[in-house]
Design a protein around this ligand. Structure first.
Ligand SMILES: [Fe+2]
Ligand SMILES: [Fe+2]
Length: 179
């Protein structure tokens, strides 16, 4: 086995490969959440409707809590809180920002597009936290699993709020806008 040396050295220090994977995934979402803290104010400013702007503002606060919760988890594991660039989140945020070039300012169509972009972000987070919570359970870290589960629920709630905003009545308003 090619990596046997490195792997066995790590295992001798007490960490399993799965624990290493868990930490790696934790660093990925930590980077992603911090990236979102920077992106959400821009999305808030770009939103046409006050309701959507407010939803982004609220989710910024929630996202800041997610960052602190992750820091708490790193601490519980005796690890330094450290991010690892998440290419997926970088791409999703880039996509959200490209909407500003592709849609007209002050339109509901822009809001409809921003909602879809934000929901793609939420779904990435839902997948990440769902996976992390499952890994934490396998690793026997029930307290950490509960913390991750809390964040998971908040991401799902945000996704739900965004769907409701689209349904009442941003998409309808957008359908009245001509080219
Ligand atoms: Fe989050
Ligand atoms: Fe989120």
């Amino acid at each position: 086995m090619e990596n046997a040396g490195k792997g066995s050295a790590k295992r001798q220090q007490g960490g399993s490969l799965l624990q290493e994977l868990f930490l790696d995934q934790l660093r990925d979402i930590y980077w992603a959440e911090n990236h979102l803290v920077k992106a959400l104010p821009r999305m808030q400013k770009a939103a046409t409707s006050a309701e959507l702007a407010e939803a982004f503002e609220e989710h910024l606060e929630v996202t800041q809590e997610h960052v602190s919760r992750l820091e708490q988890i790193f601490e519980m594991m005796g690890e330094k809180a450290q991010g690892k660039k998440c290419e997926a989140m970088e791409g999703l945020v880039k996509e959200a920002e490209s909407i500003l070039q592709e849609t007209e300012e002050g339109t509901s169509t822009r809001d409809a597009a921003l909602i879809i972009a934000a929901q793609k972000v939420e779904h990435y987070e839902i997948a990440s936290y769902g996976g992390l919570a499952t890994l934490a359970k396998t690793l026997g870290q029930s307290e950490i699993k509960d913390l991750l589960g809390q964040t998971l629920e908040e991401e799902k709630e945000t996704d739900e709020i965004l769907t409701q905003l689209a349904e009442n009545n941003i998409n309808q308003a957008a359908s009245q806008e001509d080219m």
